[in-house]
Write a protein that binds this ligand. Structure first.
Ligand code: ZN
Length: 321
């Protein structure tokens, strides 16, 4: 997929940010806070999350082969149902940028993919395969809360800052348009760190806590995944589901959330609707050349390095669950 998300973006703020980065390294004393600071370092202003999100949304809309969008017409109830869950979460007033990001829901008509993801700036994508897999509305709300957290906590632009930060600063200062384009390409193959995954799991509980939902809904998803006779391959490279369940349930206890609703009966009706959707025939060859984006050929910057979670290549591109 040919993209140049950052082509029109303004990088003039990068010079002062370079000084900030230097100060950050000099004055952050302990290893723990250095690690936390590194995880949360973001060289992009919030406005660029919004702009990147729009760009990615347009690219995805234009790629119906890989992302066959479920039309709104004829599926109004389903869209309304998912949007209603998102609105309930946003109304809990715990979500950062609730009024600034798009929070737009798109459903992808693909029963074989167990997936959801969100772009920077809050464009949320949900596969029919995931809706069909889950058992109750609180589980879906938990998964949506997790995706909302990736956008609201700005994990994508933080990850971009970590992966290519110094390179961006150096090259953007020199006005290298080509470098900026390559950074944009990185977004599509972005992987989240385990720390960001854990953060998104925890925030899912925080966001659901003020609602009527069982706020530990996301742990229901991981419990179901654990019980699969043939676990998906991404589980082997992913943070241990047991740890994720413990983290989510522990957070739920600590926050003493009172919501208990699972809305299982309502959810079954939605699953029945999904079962009636005619699947789109998907081409087997993805249009996105996965291998070409693992390494930036000019800078030799590894796009997926460190403790990043390789599951996202398959399960959550770009920048999702
Ligand atoms: Zn995630």
């Amino acid at each position: 997929m040919k993209i140049d998300y950052l082509n029109r973006l303004n990088f003039t703020h990068m010079k002062p940010l370079f000084l900030c980065l230097a100060s950050f390294i000099l004055f952050t004393s302990s290893c723990k806070s250095l690690k936390e600071g590194w995880d949360n370092l973001n060289l992009f202003p919030v406005s660029q999350d919004v702009e990147l999100g729009k760009k990615v949304y347009l690219e995805i809309s234009a790629n119906q082969t890989e992302y066959p969008e479920l039309p709104e017409k004829g599926n109004e109830l389903l869209y309304q149902y998912v949007r209603n869950i998102v609105q309930k979460i946003l109304k809990g007033e715990k979500v950062e940028y609730a009024n600034d990001f798009a929070w737009k829901v798109t459903i992808i008509n693909d029963l074989n993919t167990l997936n959801a993801f969100a772009t920077p700036g809050g464009y949320i994508y949900l596969y029919t395969g995931l809706i069909a897999f889950l058992d109750s509305e609180d589980q879906l709300a938990g998964v949506l809360g997790h995706e909302i957290a990736h956008a609201a906590k700005r994990h994508s632009t933080k990850q971009l800052s970590k992966t290519l930060g110094v390179q961006i600063l150096a090259d953007a200062a020199l006005g290298k348009e080509e470098m900026i384009k390559q950074v944009a390409t990185t977004l599509l193959s972005l992987s989240f760190s385990r720390a960001h995954e854990t953060d998104a799991d925890s925030m899912s509980v925080v966001y659901l806590c003020p609602t009527h939902y069982n706020a530990a809904g996301a742990s229901g998803f991981f419990k179901k995944m654990e019980n699969q006779p043939v676990p998906p391959t991404w589980l082997s490279t992913h943070p241990n589901p047991k740890n994720r369940i413990q983290n989510i349930d522990g957070k739920h206890q600590r926050l003493a959330c009172t919501g208990k609703e699972t809305y299982q009966n309502e959810y079954q009706k939605i699953k029945n609707l999904v079962a009636k959707i005619t699947p789109v025939k998907k081409e087997t060859t993805p249009t996105l050349p996965q291998d070409s984006i693992k390494t930036n050929p000019k800078t030799q910057v590894p796009v997926n390095s460190g403790d990043e979670d390789k599951r996202h290549k398959k399960l959550e591109k770009p920048g999702g669950k």
